[in-house]
Write a protein that binds this ligand. Structure first.
Ligand SMILES: Cc1ncc(COP(=O)(O)O)c(C=O)c1O
Length: 399
């Protein structure tokens, strides 16, 4: 890989891209073809492809043990899981959600027929706090949907206390949190329920997939009956049913990913530590270490860019990296409160989340996961360092 010594060596200025193929932003840990083929052959020989099959049962039992919860209910993706929990709890009303999250968190609230109340987050942890909740609290609020980001977590105790003080339940979008632990306790057992994503970009991937964890027997019975039209377990009356089933193929991949989870989390942490060396002392760049947990799955590698100190904006840096085939992401951008359809439907929140707006303009996520090598991390560090040095020359090539 040719070192970028001149401005013209950068791909935005007409030079050769650092990577010949796109380096995507995250995870994509999958079992070897041999293991995958054997697992699929097993399903085909059994001819049991979906509808709560033996692999799904095995997966749920293993996840219950892994999370230390009474119920792990697997679903086709985390969004469906969040919709199901919201719908199981309420027919109408408002749910507090952070504006700084993936749009799916708020979409789940909307699809469940509820209204989001967008809250700001803390500037250093990126999470909800009792203070940011209180600043946004409205009388019609029925619940809080907290979000655990980047392999870190909210302060569960503080948020639980706040929710109790208002007499409302709290549940969590923990799409980023599988495998992270607090004082030895894995995420999964906090709040009324936690929902995890097994999307390909997550540390435990099953292409698509997810899981709802809860210790509440009644909620679990509702969810098992809502998951599809003909339900499972104890029969209870439900507000609505959906199709959130996880197939046997998804369950087979999730089981293999669960076997490999510790290895993948360790690999993420090793890559993150490589980035810490590669990015050291770059002016205006600070690394956002996941907060609130003792062990992190390090599923994301997020940096904050101070434009004044770096001499380059986050957007400019993202553009330079993209031209080099380094698909760093502006995650989350824009804030959900400013995105379609929320900005139009709930204009009262558009200008109400200053910290969220600032984070949306400053954070960048660098590639981490199965397709990233130690050498890639070193090279990405060099490219960023070089871009900062050549910023004046590069600027005229940027949008
Ligand atoms: C915070 C957050 N919540 C929810 C989701 C949705 O997960 P899924 O794709 O499994 O529906 C994602 C996906 O990236 C996410 O990042």
């Amino acid at each position: 890989m040719k070192q970028k010594k001149l401005t013209s060596d950068f791909a935005v200025a007409g030079g050769e891209a650092t990577f010949s193929e796109i380096l995507p932003v995250g995870q994509l840990y999958f079992p070897s073809w041999e293991r995958y083929e054997a697992a699929m052959r097993d399903i085909f020989e059994r001819k049991y492809y979906t509808n709560h099959g033996p692999l799904l049962e095995r997966l749920e039992a293993r996840l219950e043990e892994f999370f230390g919860v009474k119920h792990a209910i697997c679903v086709t993706n985390a969004t469906v899981g969040l919709i199901m929990v919201a719908k199981a709890l309420f027919r109408d009303g408002k749910i507090m959600v952070p504006g700084f999250t993936f749009v799916g968190t708020a979409q789940a609230v909307s699809i469940a027929g509820l209204d989001p109340v967008f809250c700001d987050v803390d500037a250093s942890t990126h999470h909800l706090t009792p203070e940011t909740l209180d600043a946004a609290y409205e009388n019609e609020v029925r619940a809080i949907l907290g979000v655990n980001l980047w392999g870190g977590a909210v302060d569960f105790e503080a948020l639980d206390l706040y929710a109790r003080s208002k007499g409302i339940p709290i549940f969590y979008d923990s799409a980023h949190g599988l495998g992270s632990r607090i004082a030895g306790k894995p995420l999964g057992g906090f709040g009324l329920a936690e929902v995890f994503s097994f999307h390909a970009t997550k540390v435990l991937g099953s292409t698509e997939g997810g899981c709802i964890c809860t210790n509440d027997n009644d909620l679990a019975a509702l969810l098992r009956n809502m998951r599809c039209g003909y339900g499972m377990g104890r029969i209870v009356e439900v507000p609505v049913t959906t199709n959130g089933r996880m197939s046997e193929a998804q369950a087979a991949i999730a089981l293999m990913s669960l076997d490999d989870l510790e290895e993948h989390m360790a690999r993420n942490r090793a890559l993150a530590s490589g980035y810490e060396d590669a990015l050291r002392d770059i002016p205006g760049l600070s690394i956002c270490t996941p907060t609130g947990v003792d062990v992190t799955n390090r599923q994301y590698f997020v940096c904050e860019i101070d434009e004044r100190e770096m001499g380059m904006s986050r957007n400019e840096l993202a553009e330079v990296l993209k031209a080099e085939n380094i698909y760093a992401r502006r995650y989350f951008f824009p804030g959900v409160h400013r995105s379609v359809p929320y900005a139009e439907r709930y204009p009262q929140y558009v200008e109400s989340l200053p910290t969220t707006d600032a984070l949306c303009g400053r954070l960048i996520q660098l590639p981490i996961g199965a397709l990233v090598t130690d050498e890639d991390v070193r090279v990405i560090g060099d490219v960023i360092r070089g871009a900062v040095r050549h910023v004046e020359g590069l600027r005229k090539h940027l949008a």
